[in-house]
Design a binder for this molecule. Structure first.
Ligand code: PEP
Length: 257
């Protein structure tokens, strides 16, 4: 197990959602980058809104922090008002993209089928998809959490024709932005379950390399509980990633978990 863990570097992803303007984003990077300079044991990515991608890319400069997006559309180009293609994200310097975040599923009505098309489009364009899965509170109370996550994985990863890295983020909907995080034990149990499902989809060697993140009210005070679990390989962080000191602390603590 130790060898397997060694090949999965921790990954910390900031999801800024619909926050910050250009000068705030640049100020964030100026403060954040020196704080994480020493930490070379984890991968770090920032996913700002589309309007900030170019500015953040510039502010990140030659640092090791990667740029990601929060969404994409599956078509390459055309009459799709308001949408952004994978090629446009690549052009802006993105290396990864969040797909199927619960806010996309629940506020914007994204279905598993749409999410599957987005995952395929990301992989086709050599972007790393961060596929988000997770149950609502009602589903958890009814004992359906595993069933829901399994369906989201099987549908979201259906008939993939393309190879490449895929990251899964387990984000229980009831823990996102609520201040109520899942327990590290629950996060580990679900991440282990997710890995078992993935083994039915991909070759075992690939699954052992795949990173599974936990997301939902992660902050410096609770991060090590998650990253200390054998199947939790990092975190997708919303609110606490908006503050450079707090996100830097999450990164630093993860490096040594
Ligand atoms: C998220 O946006 O993916 C998230 C987990 O948000 P928060 O950390 O604020 O709960």
């Amino acid at each position: 197990m130790k060898e397997v863990l060694a090949i999965r570097r921790k990954l910390l992803v900031a999801n800024w959602k619909m926050h910050k303007n250009i000068s705030e984003a640049q100020a964030f990077c100026r403060r954040f980058l020196p704080e994480i300079e020493e930490c070379d044991r984890a991968d770090i990515a920032i996913c700002p809104p589309f309007t900030l991608l170019t500015a953040v890319k510039g502010a990140l400069g030659s640092s090791k922090v990667k740029l990601g997006a929060q969404n994409l559309f599956w078509e390459e180009k055309g009459a799709y008002t308001g949408e952004v293609s994978p090629a446009m994200l690549l052009d802006a310097g993105c290396e990864m993209v969040i797909i199927g975040h619960s806010e996309r599923r629940h506020i914007f009505g994204e279905t598993d089928e749409m999410i599957n098309r987005k995952v395929k489009a990301a992989l086709r364009n050599k972007l790393i998809p961060i596929l988000c899965v997770g149950e609502t509170l009602e589903e958890r109370k009814k004992g359906q959490a595993e069933e829901v996550v399994k369906r989201q994985l099987l549908e979201g990863l259906r008939e993939l024709e393309y190879d490449g890295e895929i990251v899964i983020a387990y984000e229980p909907v009831w823990a996102i932005g609520t201040g109520v995080n899942a327990s590290p034990d629950d996060a580990q149990k679900m991440s282990f379950f997710i890995r078992q499902i993935l083994k039915g989809i991909f070759p075992e060697e690939k699954v052992l390399e795949m990173r599974i993140l936990y997301g939902g009210s992660v902050k410096p005070e609770n991060i090590t509980g998650f990253t200390g679990q054998p199947d939790v390989d990092g975190a997708l962080v919303g609110g606490a990633s908006l503050d450079p000191d707090s996100f830097a602390e999450i990164v630093r603590l993860s490096c040594y978990a």
